[in-house]
Write a protein that binds this ligand. Sequence first.
Ligand SMILES: [Zn+2]
Length: 395
Amino acid sequence: MVAPKKPVPAGLSGASELFQLLRDGRPRTRAELADTTGLARSTVGLRLDALLELGLIRPIGEGASSGGRPPSQFALDPSARVVVGADLGATHATIAVADLSGAILLTHREALAIADGPEKVLTWVVDETRSLLAEAGRSPADLLAVGVGLPGPVEHDTGRPVNPPIMPGWDGFDVPGWIFDALGVPALVDNDVNIMAIGEQSRSFPEVSDLLFVKVATGIGSGIISGGLLQRGAQGSAGDIGHVRIERGKGVACHCGNFGCLEAMASGPAIARQVRAEGADVETMADVIDLLRRNDLRAIRAVRQAGRDIGEVLTTCVSLVNPSVIVLGGSVTRAGEHLLAGVREVVYQSSTPLATEHLSIVQSRTAENAAVIGACILALQFALSPQAIERMSAR
Ligand SMILES: [Zn+2]
């Protein structure tokens, strides 16, 4: 039986198709590559030569480094180039340099206010990119792309923030253009929850193709990975669950102007407000977490109820997208099992058995690194795409 040929994407004919196979890092022989692609051995040879010349793959096995027999296997060379990812939060920024396998080589984190505006914040990104590259012993020419996560809505195609509520001066700012002018590489921009979903999935659940990442912090939002792909929706607001109305929220005002939103009942500030109303001396969610550690019943009740509220909205999400994993991340999830227990209680009780039979609801494993890992992966997905490899090999 002859294996069906894999269709070549329109406009692609060269080395990129082979490279997409070798991207996973598993070494393959010429014969394997010819079988999988349906290409003639001689064509495979030519395309491997092109990729070797670009330095993106390396020979592995016998005769790999010296003369003599031709190398038997080939794989991605993770150290061939690097990408940079930046996670820009409301008050802190984290930046990292990663190799082509997505492994983080160096990270730097410092206090930085997003409200200082795009010029100041992006100058920091550019300066830190240059110093991280130097520290990692890499030249600026090794950099393929930069991924950036922002704490507000972003128009994905243009990388411009759209009416971001906590980012004065950023509305419509050409983030990719600014970074390209300074560093000469493309920049990919997305909101923080989406890049957290990408980071968590790639690092902790690489085999899972249907995952919901829920960030619970000052705000509440989610990133949807369905069929292995991040879903942004028509306007990029897919997963924006913070302003869905919940039963318990009747009559409670939300900062968005509506009443009864999930965010007005189950975000960090909302939980702190409810514990305060019970007579506890707390200002912030961090204070509530301190109380939890002392087993304060008021704190436990409020956090567990917030979990149930989030579960109420997630029950609908489970019916819509049928994820196999729901990951809870963000600062409020430091409250630990109590929040998770509330979410599980409602989701497992209210969903259909078929939807929850294989559903796990877990705490983020990448924790505060989810976003910066995701920013690196976003840059990699672009830089190693068939189109990008095609452009590189055409040069
Ligand atoms: Zn609202």
